[in-house]
Design a protein around this ligand. Structure first.
Ligand code: ZN
Length: 135
């Protein structure tokens, strides 16, 4: 192909004059948006050519991101449970006593079990208080 030959950029439609060095394969102009289009087209060609490989990769990354999200949620739940047990801002000693007693009474081994036990006891306590108030 002649180096001085004019080409039309398929992205923006501008006339381009590829340099001698790149004339054989330059199709797009140097505009950033056209280069972005060129990269995208390249990626799409690769995906089409390696479709099964691409699907495997996509599944792998999707599974990994799902796993990371689950781990993040677990860590957040644990932090919340610990914050709940420690009490956010007040009476650490009273909370420590309460948590210790709750663990002793319920034989709980984990933070989750203690938090669940305390929540159950709180519900029970509220129900008892309400029933006393209405009598
Ligand atoms: Zn262009």
């Amino acid at each position: 192909m002649n180096a001085n030959e004019e080409k039309i950029c398929p992205a923006c439609g501008k006339v381009i004059h590829p340099s001698k060095r790149t004339a054989h394969n330059q199709k797009y102009c140097s505009e950033a948006s056209c280069q972005k289009t060129r990269e995208h087209e390249k990626k799409m060609r690769w995906r089409k050519k390696h479709e099964s490989e691409w699907k495997q990769l996509a599944n792998k990354y999707s599974a990994e991101s799902h796993k990371r999200r689950r781990e993040r949620e677990k860590a957040m739940a644990k932090d919340l449970a610990i914050a709940e047990i420690n009490g956010k801002d007040q009476q650490p000693r009273k909370n420590a006593l309460l948590v210790g007693m709750a663990a002793f009474i319920s034989h709980a081994k984990t933070c989750d079990e203690i938090v669940n036990f305390l929540a159950r006891m709180e519900r029970k306590g509220k129900a008892l208080i309400e029933s006393c108030l209405w009598k």
